[in-house]
Design a protein around this ligand. Structure first.
Ligand code: FES
Length: 175
């Protein structure tokens, strides 16, 4: 089974890719109890859970692929699609909704060119998600960018924060 999976992607790059997953599995132990931490670590590495790696993990843990897919699709923290370099989340919990998060969501979608409901920009720089309460209701409406919480957001403030990220990325690219 493992050979079949490896055959789907060949060459040194594919080998390195599976080597890293193999290391992660060794780190946590090849047991069903370790499935969630393994998937979390794999996602940290790749920013999503590639299909062939889910199959590889299932084989290594001796689990039916459907079990691994079931866990990967059940938890909102996991993504089966590639995410962008920067992750932007806008809370749509009750407090944020009441304090007018909708214009903020619209402004982010417009700024990132994701008005059609896509989550990730074509250049894979940004992924935008609307999420449920992030536990920062006192700061509503709240946005999280790359793990940092921005409170009492307005459409203008969120655009300014995204512009800052753009400027930092450009400066980094020029170094
Ligand atoms: S409702 Fe937005 S942080 Fe709780």
């Amino acid at each position: 089974m493992t050979q079949t999976v490896l055959a789907a992607e060949s060459g040194p790059r594919a080998k390195r890719r599976f080597d890293r997953v193999h290391q992660i599995i060794n780190e946590y132990g090849a047991s069903e109890n370790a499935l969630i931490p393994i998937l979390q670590k794999v996602q940290d590495e790749y920013r999503y859970l590639p299909e062939e790696i889910l199959t590889f993990v299932a084989t290594a843990l001796d689990l039916p692929p459907a079990t691994v897919y079931g866990v990967a699709t059940f938890y909102a923290q996991f993504s089966l699609e590639p995410k962008g370099k920067h992750l932007v989340k806008c809370c749509d919990g009750t407090a944020c909704h009441v304090r007018k998060n909708q214009p903020i969501i619209a402004a982010i979608r417009k700024k990132l060119g994701l008005a059609d409901g896509r989550k990730t920009t074509d250049d894979h720089r940004f992924t935008f998600e609307v999420v449920s309460c992030i536990g920062a209701c006192a700061l509503a409406p709240a946005v999280v960018i790359d793990g940092k919480v921005y409170g009492q957001m307005t459409p203008e403030a969120v655009i300014a924060a995204l512009d800052e990220i753009d400027a930092a990325d450009k400066a980094e690219a020029e170094e």
